[in-house]
Design a protein around this ligand. Structure first.
Ligand code: SAM
Length: 382
């Protein structure tokens, strides 16, 4: 539940008490992704501050929450993330499908249902996809079924249909692998029975199909969606002053390794693992394993904020949700850090709305919800 204590200002007060609102409507429930913000957040901001057909940028788009809401609102949406899985997931969640594409998906699911029946009668011997760590992280029966589904997806010719089905497959990989959970990278034996992977794929695909069909009806043809698998410290591929509004949430330093928990998904889908590993900012790897100094976090954030400033039009607003962190036992009050460097960048601070991290659902790691750590919505104007 999101409850923000509001700092009163003349124009930039936003009511962020979303209560127990449904955060999983339409395509928002597709595929697990850690540290998503509630869709009500971009929705409220867009309603209050954006024009229809504005161009919205999320330079840390994660699972695409901002992009889905931007498209629903009739805006153009640009999403950037260093993680290739994020770009694929955001594309699938925010791209409406035609009736023809929806029918192609249904036909594909019929094929998988037939394969499931045939494999129940007699399991064929197939050559499983070679991925690093396969034997440690996957049972052989699971690897066979995943490989078979993937081979059939690869034969399709429509990219939107293929990407949708890849995301369905990706969504079940952690469940059927030996990886403990989405946020715990440890191996455990789950004794997955034969044909369970086919069954789970079909259940998930049918659920996602209903959601994407509902979403597709709500999106009109005007406007565009652009996704970039890139590092937001350097967005030179985007033009100066090409964006009307930014709604985003960068990582909270030393809290998470986004690249790590999606590692097997990316290996199965042939997505690059190393690019995100080496360019993800604020990761636990950087500050807990490689023991980089806290100053690096400020350096990286400054680069990202400079790019946001360059890209946004004059008088445009940037809404940034970011949390405090602890690096080498030093408590980083991130609102203060940003307040200190923001004049150098050029932005004016319109408001900072803060809340205790222990109070709402943005928390994904309970150990992170320590006392005195706050999460902030920082509103900036060019
Ligand atoms: C808090 S999550 C964003 C979640 C998103 N708001 C949502 O609702 O799904 C932060 C994202 O920043 C991405 N990220 C980390 N370093 C990055 C970088 N250098 N450039 C672009 N994205 C980066 C991570 O991959 C992760 O997806």
């Amino acid at each position: 539940m999101w409850k923000f204590r509001q700092i009163e200002t003349m124009n930039y007060n936003i009511n962020f008490n979303f209560g127990n609102s449904d955060t999983m409507y339409l395509t928002h429930s597709l595929h697990p992704y850690p540290a998503k913000f509630p869709p009500q957040l971009p929705h409220t901001i867009l309603k209050q501050f954006a024009q229809k057909n504005a161009t919205v940028l999320d330079p840390f788009c994660g699972s695409g929450t901002t992009l889905v809401e931007a498209r629903l609102f009739g805006c153009n949406a640009i999403g950037v993330d260093v993680n290739g899985l994020s770009s694929l997931l955001s594309k699938v969640k925010a791209t409406p499908l035609s009736e023809r594409e929806l029918t192609q998906i249904k036909l594909f699911l019929n094929i998988i249902a037939c394969e499931d029946l045939q494999w129940k009668m007699k399991r064929p011997t197939i050559e499983v996809k070679k991925i690093e760590g396969l034997e440690h992280w996957f049972q052989m029966n699971v690897a066979e079924e995943l490989t078979h589904i993937l081979n059939l997806i690869t034969k399709l010719d429509n990219e939107n249909v293929k990407d949708f089905l890849k995301i369905v497959l990706s969504s079940i990989i952690v469940r059927v692998s030996n990886q403990d959970s989405d946020t715990r990278f440890a191996a455990k034996n789950k004794n997955v029975p034969d044909n369970f992977t086919f069954g789970l794929f079909l259940t998930r695909a049918n659920e996602y199909l209903t959601r994407i069909a509902e979403y597709s009806k709500k999106i009109n043809a005007d406007g565009y969606l652009k996704l970039l698998n890139a590092d937001s410290r350097n967005l030179s591929m985007l033009n100066n002053e090409s964006v009307d509004i930014i709604i985003t949430s960068p990582p909270y330093a030393n809290t998470y390794d986004y690249y790590l928990y999606h590692k097997f998904r990316k290996r199965w889908l042939d997505l690059d693992v190393q690019y995100a590993q080496y360019n993800e900012i604020g990761s636990r790897r950087e500050y807990s394993s490689l023991k980089k100094p806290a100053a690096q976090w400020t350096v990286d954030l400054k680069k990202c904020f400079s790019e946001m400033y360059r890209l946004i039009k004059k008088d445009g607003l940037a809404f940034i949700v970011i949390g405090d962190s602890v690096i080498k036992k030093e408590h980083i009050k991130i609102d203060k850090v940003i307040k200190d460097f923001i004049p150098e960048i050029g932005f004016e601070i319109c408001n900072i709305i803060s809340s205790d991290l222990s109070e709402h659902s943005r928390i994904f790691n309970p150990t992170f919800a320590q006392k005195n750590k706050k999460e902030h919505l920082i509103i900036l104007k060019k």
